[in-house]
Design a protein around this ligand. Structure first.
Ligand SMILES: *[C@@H]1O[C@H](CO)[C@@H](O)[C@H](O)[C@H]1NC(C)=O
Length: 313
């Protein structure tokens, strides 16, 4: 009420990864390559799953398709801006750009965490309740869990952003990171943000913690079940599981590190942010496609179909 806009800052300055020119150019090419691979790899997964009739009827792949889609979006929120910033002397982001970045980062991050839990529940049902699998995980349940993930992501980001957009920023406006994220932006507000900082820790921390515990429980039950049966399916189950567990560890590791110690001045946070938005989305397609026979088969079916449709003309 009656807030004066005259002294409000309209943009933030991002310090980026480096201020060495040669290193910046090197990073530019590395991250450009990484981003291109993220988009190509995940797009390949989405296209394969969407257009392959066999994969399109398997719940695990529909969830994986959704995960790849999320990864593409998550990476697009931060990486293109980061890449072009490598070539800029003065890296700025508008107030709106910063708020939008934080909104989508937490929307997609929260959605992805919940989706990883849904994927674990799917694997739990397939391995521990194989006889009831098709009745439990049907189309409705699948669509429901995808919608639920988005709902959780939305509530998660809104609960933090409604307070953040009302904060006054009157300078300083320098963020020592490659993109805007809540912990560092809150520190710049020229008002007491202690309660809000606690809310962010509680909110992001709690969501990550709950998801992580749920994942830990479901993977433990699965591993115990798989170990008890000494059938031939053991190695196949283990190879699928190890892919899931790798993704989960790589996703939650940096996340918990950033938010569990969010207000430390460790410069390692910056590298974790990069890891979170570049390395994890890049690893998903590598882990899921190159090591997965069904995905490889679907890719070759897609290629054959493409070739045969070309031969018609
Ligand atoms: C995401 O999940 C929904 C619900 O099961 C499914 O209909 C959709 O095809 C999936 N999207 C992708 C890209 O796989």
């Amino acid at each position: 009420i009656g807030m004066s806009n005259t002294s409000m800052i309209s943009e933030f300055v991002l310090l980026g990864l480096t201020n060495t020119k040669e290193l910046a150019i090197f990073f530019f090419f590395i991250f450009l390559l990484a981003y291109a691979s993220i988009m190509a790899g995940n797009l390949l997964i989405v296209v394969c799953i969407t257009f392959d009739s066999q994969l399109h009827s398997i719940p695990m792949y529909l969830l994986l398709g959704n995960l790849s889609f999320l990864d593409m979006c998550l990476s697009t929120i931060t990486t293109p801006k980061m890449i072009t910033d490598f070539l800029r002397e003065h890296k700025t982001i508008s107030w709106w750009g910063c708020m939008a970045q934080m909104f989508f980062l937490h929307l997609l991050g929260g959605t992805e965490m919940t989706l990883l839990v849904a994927m674990a529940v799917d694997r739990y049902t397939a391995i521990c309740k194989p006889l009831h699998y098709t009745t439990i995980i049907n189309r409705r349940v699948l669509l429901g869990s995808v919608l639920l993930s988005w709902a959780v992501g939305f509530v998660h980001t809104m609960s933090q952003m409604v307070f953040t957009v009302t904060l006054p920023f009157c300078g300083p406006n320098v963020i020592d990171d490659v993109f805007c994220d809540l912990p560092l932006v809150l520190k710049l507000a020229c008002t007491e943000t202690y309660v809000l900082e606690l809310l962010v820790i509680a909110d992001s921390g709690l969501l990550a913690f709950i998801c992580f515990i749920l994942l830990l429980i479901s993977y433990t039950i699965i591993l115990v079940t798989v170990r008890r049966r000494s059938s031939g399916g053991l190695s196949k189950a283990l190879s699928t599981l190890s892919a899931h567990i790798t993704v989960v560890t790589l996703f939650f590791g940096p996340c918990i590190f950033i938010y569990a110690w969010p207000f430390s001045s460790l410069s390692v946070d910056k590298f974790l942010s990069v890891f979170y938005s570049v390395v994890t989305p890049l690893l998903n397609p590598i882990i899921y496609t190159l090591r997965n026979q069904e995905m490889k088969a679907a890719m070759s079916r897609l290629r054959n179909r493409h070739i045969s449709s070309r031969q018609i003309f």
